[in-house]
Design a binder for this molecule. Sequence first.
Ligand SMILES: O=C1O[C@H](COP(=O)(O)O)[C@@H](O)[C@H](O)[C@H]1O
Length: 238
Amino acid sequence: MAAATAARLITTIVDAQSARGHASVVLTGGRNGNGLLAALGSSPARDAVDWSRLDLWWGDERFLPDGDPERNHTQAREALLDAVPLDPARVHPMPASDGPYEADAAAEVYAAELAAAAGPDDHGSVPTFDVLMLGVGPDTHVASLFPGLPAVRETERMVVGVHGAPKPPPTRVSLTLPAIRAAREVWLLAAGEDKAEAAATALSGADEVRAPAAGARGRSHTLWLLDEAAASKLPDRP
Ligand SMILES: O=C1O[C@H](COP(=O)(O)O)[C@@H](O)[C@H](O)[C@H]1O
């Protein structure tokens, strides 16, 4: 699944760069997100991408010190980013906990960075990301929007601080559902048996407060990328 998704991502980035001169991608952390980045790094087709014309954003971050091995930014650097010629000005990690801000202020700073990057053709205060990727947790969380927590109910702000997350670390920063829905394409990644229940719940019309993955959709495409194990409990399977 990682290799197939990497191939699809390369094609989508190349198409966006041909059409608009640049591409923007929102990265996800976790097992599936990092597996995809590693697969992209080992694909011979990676040289088709103009890395200097790619904007990278994050869907969420674990609010930890810069360079912490559990930060999504650190893991993405190790999986791919340090090995490709990105323009550092186009790489937008979320603030770290050893910076000047606590999590709620860090969320406001990131929202301002997104707003500054949005153009007149975008829909509101975030850019129209070409692809926004989301790993799906076994509890149906996406980004750091966990079932039942206030962040998943947010309708105004584009980025929020998350407190009391059930998965460590408890403090995080996350895009909200309105920010996620600004993306042209949203790709939900789920591989492994432990994701089967979550995929089945989210794809069975569950309420987004109870199953945040159910509320993640793109402006033109919403794509679930599943392996056999994660797809094994989908309702219409034989
Ligand atoms: O903590 C997080 O978890 C989700 C899902 O991760 P996975 O390891 O279950 O695939 C991830 O998408 C998110 O970015 C991350 O902060």
